[in-house]
Design a binder for this molecule. Structure first.
Ligand SMILES: [Mg+2]
Length: 250
């Protein structure tokens, strides 16, 4: 049976996400601290700087507490951040209205920085080329927005599994993507870097899987139907091999 559909993970599959998030994490918090110092001079004189009361590490710890307290929202990272910021801004002394305004501002700043990323070499042309032969979907637990990256036109289905509160490794996001694309697991391949969140659930559904091993050194045994790649641009060669071996694209 041929492969007619490809679903992609995003973070660490189409770009290197770690430096992006480190920059966004520090950047939006510094922006918030500096904005508050400028906008609320009375609070600054009375209480000192916001980030001295709530250093970045405390913000991060607070997010972990909130995620444990609201297990149904643990995968909605933007909601958890907003909740943590609201808590600390009101404790710092802002009114409810101001706390909402400045937490929204900080989240927007985070999202702007979060989308200042560099695709792995060749990704844009890879997607354009694959889109001519396959139905493409995206399934992410993160908060990357393909519209902000001007990549959404490549994809017939975009599933933000974390914000939908059914994050991978649940199989539902894969099934929703395939349903929207009019495809079935047996004729689809998922491409992703996480063994737990990408490879295992897609394999369990009977999808083909291209596992992007970013370390390049993981030699664990692979189940039938799972292929290890070290870079997403190796995908066309894998698809060509499958076609030569009897799997044909649509
Ligand atoms: Mg990933």
């Amino acid at each position: 049976m041929g492969i007619d559909t490809l679903t992609f993970d995003l973070d660490d599959t189409l770009w290197d996400n770690r430096p992006v998030m480190e920059h966004a994490e520090a950047g939006h918090y510094t922006w918030l601290d500096e904005s508050l110092a400028e906008r609320f001079p009375d609070l600054l004189s009375a209480r000192g700087r916001y980030a001295d009361h709530f250093p970045l590490a405390r913000y991060q710890a607070r997010r972990q507490v909130i995620a444990r307290h609201y297990p149904a929202r643990r995968s909605d990272f933007t909601w958890i951040r907003r909740h943590a910021l609201l808590d600390s801004l009101t404790t710092y002394g802002l009114s409810g209205h101001d706390a909402r305004h400045w937490s929204d501002g900080a989240i927007e700043r985070l999202l702007v920085l979060r989308h200042q990323l560099t695709l792995f070499d060749g990704v844009e042309s890879l997607l354009a080329s694959l889109n001519r032969h396959y139905r493409l979907g995206a399934i992410t637990n993160g908060n990357a927005d393909l519209r902000r990256l001007s990549l959404d036109h490549h994809f017939g289905a975009i599933i933000s599994a974390g914000e939908m509160r059914i994050p991978k490794p649940a199989t539902e996001p894969f099934l929703v993507a395939l349903e929207r694309l009019g495809s079935a697991p047996a004729t689809a391949m998922h491409i992703g870097d996480s063994w737990e969140d990408d490879v295992l659930p897609a394999h369990r559904l009977g999808m083909h899987v291209a596992w992007i091993d970013n370390s390049g050194t993981d030699n664990r045994p692979l189940p039938v139907g799972v292929t290890r790649l070290t870079h997403v641009t190796q995908l066309p060669e894998l698809l060509a091999q499958l076609i030569r071996g009897g799997h044909t694209c649509r």
